[in-house]
Design a protein around this ligand. Sequence first.
Ligand code: NI
Length: 430
Amino acid sequence: MRKLLFTLLLGSAIMSNAQELPKNYASLLKEVEPQLISWRRHFHEFPELSNREVNTGKFIAEFLKTLPNVEVRYPVAKTGVVAVLKGGKPGSVVALRADIDALPVYERVNIPFASKVTTDFNGQKVSVMHACGHDSHTAMLMATAKVLSALQKEVPGTVVFLFQPAEEGAPGNEEGGAPLMIKEGALDNPKVDAVFGIHISAQTPVGTIKYKSGSFMASSDWFTIRVNGKGSHGSMPWGGVDPIAASAQIIEGLQHIVSRQSDLTKAPVVITVGTINSGVRSNIIPEYAEMSGTIRTLDSKMQEEVHERIKHTAETIAESTGAKAIVNIETKTLVTYNDPALVKKTIPSLIKAAGDENVSESTWTTGAEDFSFYAAKAPSFFFNVGALPKGTDPKNSAPHHTPDFYLDESGFIVGVKAFTQIVFDYNKTK
Ligand code: NI
């Protein structure tokens, strides 16, 4: 018995030794951290909107071209960069992804590198801010590329670095984001075996990693419903068909899909009507009303069901009032699905990167990610790295996409460690 235990212990010691990173790894990390922070500050100060990341893309590509053993493809998906590092040891192809775009948000944080950038967005003058932390994603992946390039001889397999534009959605009818990266061959040549991605989190304590196996982030669909009625004098509604009254019933009906028809024990569903427009004057019944909204689900079958129900509910309620509803649903992202086997296999790497006590499971989120498109193509794992300053209550931290959004930079190196560790462990723990 004791002998068996000893053999087991020895076995696991050998295994973990086999996964140790090269000796100079620690010094490489130390060296890259100040650079990582200065890159992030640069991107933060000069943010660019989706599909307009011209200088950001150029900056990344030029840096990657200086790294030994790294082959750079640029531009990909308009302003993106794909870089390939062939390791000195045999193994699979692992892709690491960072998104590079910023948002039309006015920055209110008092930091020396705060953004003062303004630009044109849909014909409107807007301020631009890295209000979702994609600046940190970009910097973390550049730092990972630098470390892995220096360790090339020891690196098992091939690493593909995906610097992806337009995660927040391309403007107008433009193509962009993960679907365009995939269309332009980012996961082929070499064919990628697994994809990993990090999202920094302003609500997760600095130094920690949170993950969820299976469905993690929601699918996001945008819908519009146009309700065609018949105009009338406001004093004589019976002379027309009131599209506003019909719309009110439809909005009620949509919430009943969530509260009465969806199996919420399986997964959450959210339907939000975000705009409603109709009419010009208080005593005129208008001819039509238009609303738009978003749908979030965490199960692709439920997503399909909800689409059907929204169509059915809007059309039949409108019909019962004498109006006609035209429903249009557009899928923006899929459910971000973390491959359970890959998650299980990767947890030890995350623990090595952040420490046993700093890696924990999270719940799903109704936020959405276009990383989901990679996850639909290859086994993938998307997880959160914390950047909430120590001692801060997450409730008091500004949400992503808001003017006071703030990240503690000391958390970024954990992302670099996680990515690097994953590359070294992926082939060995198979
Ligand atoms: Ni984001």
